[in-house]
Ligand binder design. Sequence first.
Ligand code: BGC
Length: 377
Amino acid sequence: MKKILAVFLVLLVAGSLFAGGIKDKASAAVASGSAMIGLAMPETHVLRWEKDGNQLKAEAEKRGYRAEVQWADGNQSIQNTQIQSFLTQGAKVLVIGCINDGVAPVVAEAARDKVQVIAYDRLIQNSGDYDYYITFNNFKVGVLQATSIVEGLNLDAATTAAPKNITLFAGSPTDGNAFFFFDGAMSVLNPYIDKGVLKVVGPYPKTSADTANFARIATEGWQAPVAKTRMENLLSGDARNVTLDAVLAPNDPLARAIIEACKADAKYRTKLPVVCGQDAEFESSMSIKNGEQYSTVFKDTAKLAEAAILLADQILKGQSVNIPGAVLASGDLQKIGDTGRKTVKAYLLDPVLVTNKNLNVPVDAGFYTAAENAQLK
Ligand code: BGC
């Protein structure tokens, strides 16, 4: 009996070692560089994406993966070709920052090949063929932008007798994020507008659900020249007989384009409107330091890239997902992951408001080069 038990125990241990060995071998294959991660970034005309792509590649290689990154120049068909090439090369995971929902057919191809897709920063809309999305809390980005306008205008002390004037801009209507940024901002501004202490000059969509007015304030392709022209038209049109106190600008390149348009108008030569932004681009941080742009929103994209590759790693290894520093969207925030076809799991990182009081935040996070840091001092 003892002998049988001993043999049984030996077999059990050997069996579990063997199974463990298989599992280790599988993880080793994933980790040894045999698995490829394809990184598809949307554009380079907004600076962050260049960094995002390079950081994602570095993070993937740090974890032992083969990685390739491509930027698509704001053109979805170019990106689709790039993604198809990743699939041909045998990519096991795709991390995609898309341009618009025209990416859905290649996401479907990936799903047919059992390739996992992670929507990166931007939701892939109108697709039911993927499960994961990693981004920042985009509604909060808008809340922070508007909070800085409330602060910059001292709106809590404003009166109906002397209301402040604001004009509204939104990001690209092809990018789901633009809607969340705007709705977050309007959740803060609408009460002041309703009270009559803040007046909107130009189109006023109360929320992005007012699609006709949202289209009028949106900036196709996040193109700064488009925003600049629209601002110039506003200054000589709807805003000709008023002085604008603030502009809701959805990101830094658009904020700087808006400021440039204002600077060409004599009315704003001594006092610019309060203009918010997003991305903590170095040029905008300098502009904040120099008292032109009022605020930006810092999203630590190095952390986003790190989190996205950790997510890819955990998915590939069949582990349960646990991303330190990110929360799984729940409650109201769950709609951040609603593609229109399904609700994917959305992991959210936290954005931070930056004004001239805390320009050190992106600096301390290592967001800029040493030379840039020196200029921001
Ligand atoms: C990103 C922003 C960026 C914008 C334009 C958005 O989807 O979240 O960080 O400024 O696209 O590229």
